[in-house]
Ligand binder design. Structure first.
Ligand code: COA
Length: 260
């Protein structure tokens, strides 16, 4: 497996755990770290041994405390645009991946950390997590998709308030808003993520991947999500897993899906 400066990767039972590993900087996303995340996510796409991924941060304090402010401080109008576009491209790769990616939010998820978690398909937070987009405190705004994905997840009014105040909210409040799916004690966080992943991994992989496309289509103004759904439904019906799934039901046995 590739080794990284700022990430730790482990592959266990088909689950690739990607751990942001810059504890001294509360796992802040340097440009190099974002590039490494891109490469790790590319592995999720390409490696048949990887069935899904969990993204988390090292240590008990932070998931990711934002983009690295020492690098942001150096940006000009020209370099800032490509900085934002590059981060957006990597986070879109996560969102569009046809294998499940879960964020295990183990503490502060601020700025780029909140944006990274929002790009994942499912978010589970530990009870100590604090989540927010505090960029306006620095004279900037979220540039890695935060204004768009927060609005999609919590609605316009609450997104306006959270981004304009820069408030960091506790995990339970984030759950009440629909920003995270579950809140668990920190010691149970990874087990909860693995449990969700294992439930998904015994389902038909092709169907699961197409579910991701369809739900993303619901939020894409340029796409007719109903047509995407009908096409995906038809594609499933041409798959070997469809035959296996329906036969297994009729034969009262557990299906054995292959992803074909
Ligand atoms: N970028 C770069 N370094 C960061 C960072 C970030 N986003 N967040 C934290 N760090 C660094 C701190 O500078 C400090 O480094 P140092 O020990 O070399 O001085 C180290 O991580 C520990 O952070 P510290 O601020 O001392 O911890 P704390 O417990 O007092 O506060 C936070 C924790 C998360 C509230 C605080 O670090 C913070 O507000 N971070 C910035 C959050 C932010 O604005 N993110 C959006 C960026 S666009």
């Amino acid at each position: 497996m590739t080794t990284y400066e700022n990430l730790l990767l482990t592959l266990d039972n088909g689950i690739l755990t990607i751990t942001i590993n810059r504890a001294a900087k509360l796992n802040a996303l340097s440009i190099e770290t974002v590039t490494e995340i891109r490469s790790a996510v590319q592995q999720v796409y390409d490696d048949a041994a990887v069935k899904g991924a969990i993204i988390t941060g090292t240590g008990p304090k932070a998931f990711v405390a934002g983009a690295d402010i020492s690098e942001i401080a150096e940006l000009s109008e020209v370099t800032a645009r490509s900085f934002a576009e590059r981060g957006q491209e990597v986070f879109s790769m996560i969102e569009r991946c046809n294998k499940p990616i879960i964020a295990a939010v183990n503490g502060f998820a601020l700025g780029g950390g909140c944006e990274l978690a929002m790009a994942c398909h499912i978010r589970v937070a530990s009870d100590n997590a604090r989540i927010g987009l505090p960029e306006v405190s620095l004279g900037i705004l979220p540039g890695y998709g935060g204004t768009q994905r927060l609005t999609q997840l919590v609605g316009k009014g609450k997104a306006m308030e959270l981004i304009m105040t820069g408030d960091m909210i506790p995990a339970e409040e984030a759950k009440a808003l629909g920003l995270v799916n579950h809140v668990v004690p920190q010691e149970d966080l990874m087990a909860k993520c693995v449990q969700i992943m294992e439930k998904i991994m015994i389902k038909a992989p092709l169907a699961v991947g197409l579910v991701i496309d369809c739900i993303n289509a619901a939020l894409n103004k340029d796409e007719n999500g109903y047509q995407t759904e009908a096409n995906a439904f038809a594609r499933c019906c041409a798959s070997e897993d469809f035959v296996e799934g329906t036969n297994a039901f009729l034969e009262k046995r557990t299906p054995n899906f292959t992803g074909k």
